[in-house]
Design a protein around this ligand. Sequence first.
Ligand SMILES: [Cu+2]
Length: 152
Amino acid sequence: MKKIVLFIYLFFILNCVSFAHDYSKDNVNVDHPIIKVVKSNSKVGAGYMKIVNKSNKEVKLSNIEANIAKTQEIHEVILENDVFKMRPINTEILIKPEETLEFKPKSYHFMFFNFNKELADNEMLEAKLIFDKGLVIPIKFKVVVGHNKHHH
Ligand SMILES: [Cu+2]
C-alpha cells in the first residue's frame, strides 16, 4: 500500500514538473494555473495557482477576464459557525512585496460555473488576471480532469 501511495505521489510530482507552466509581468509571477473538474462535461470547476510578487511594490488582484465559462469569479473561503463557506470576493486581494498568494482548496480559488464548451484533459485555456494600476497578466489555465486520471 505504501509503495502505491509513494508511486502516485512521485508520478504527481513528475507530472507537475514536466507540465510546469508559469507567466510573468512586472516581476509578478503566476505559477501553474490549473482548472480542476471532475468530468470533462462538468458544469463547475475550480481554479488554482500561485501568484508571487517579486517586485518591491504592493499589487492588488481585482478580477479575472476570460471566455471560459458563463460565470467566472474569484472566491474566498470563510469559516462561519464551524462551516466553510465560499463567496465571491468584494475587495481586491493585496499581495505585499516578496509575498505569495496561493489559490488552493479551502482558501482563495477561482470558480467557473457553466463552461462554454466541453473540456479536455491538459487543454490550455486563456485568461487574464486584472490587477490594480493597469497591470494585466495573460495566463493559460491547464485543465485537469478527474481525481486519479493516471489509474483508469
Ligand atoms: Cu468557490
